[in-house]
Design a protein around this ligand. Sequence first.
Ligand SMILES: [Zn+2]
Length: 285
Amino acid sequence: MLKRSININIYHYTYLITNLSPTTTERFYIGVRKAKTYPTSDTYMGSSEYLNKAIQDQGIVHFKKEIIEIWISSALANAHEEWIHGYLNVADNPDYYNKRNANAGFYTNKYSTAKQVHTIHSAEWKETIGKKQRMRQVNTVNTDEWINTKGKEKSEKIKKTVSASEWKETVGKIRINKQLTIFRNSEWKETVGLEKKQKEMRTKSDPEWQHTIGASLKIKMSENHLSEEYKLRIGNAAIARQKETKKSTNYKIKNSRTCEYCHKTMDKGNYNRWHGKNCRNMNIK
Ligand SMILES: [Zn+2]
């Protein structure tokens, strides 16, 4: 049966922003977003003034946006963000532009389970414990005292700078990929995520779904990638990044080939086209 509860015009997703050339210890931002465009085409970066200032100062090409996960409801997307914020304690973590943990406190000390997530989205929970918890969080995180102590502490940590190239070659390389792996394979995902995913899969394998929602999603995705806005922001940034990558020594080393016949060294494309078994010096050797 067709699931009419899925609104195909709205996408809920969690995402990671990485500053590829950080000038301070701050280099990541974890966010959640409800968008009308397909997530990979959504140009929204975040609400953080710190992040936006960095983007303004350095330029959008230095920032990479990766979709962590697309969810079928905002409740799940928000819960996933909360989990990640708590897991990393982004409010106190000098690596993050985030200055608050979403729903701080609840996810900080424990992994949530499927049951917990269901509980916290129940109306009863929201009215009782949820209300109390939220008040406590709001009171803790938004007080002048918090800002002057924890908030200041974080600002101090941020002042310690690591040169961008040094960071990229060492910690950054490992960290960026490792992070995404953790978020995508968390214990939380194994419980709620799995259940939801299975439900989604069941929906998507339904032929009726494939011919209706599935088909329109596909059209929408390709339309988004062709849109002018996409080309101007995300598209151009991606092209600029690719150009940067191709200029790097690492890339050149990885993609160079030495012809076994004429002994010239060149890029892969040139090698495949004109050298190796196509080399005109093949018979001279
Ligand atoms: Zn050759």
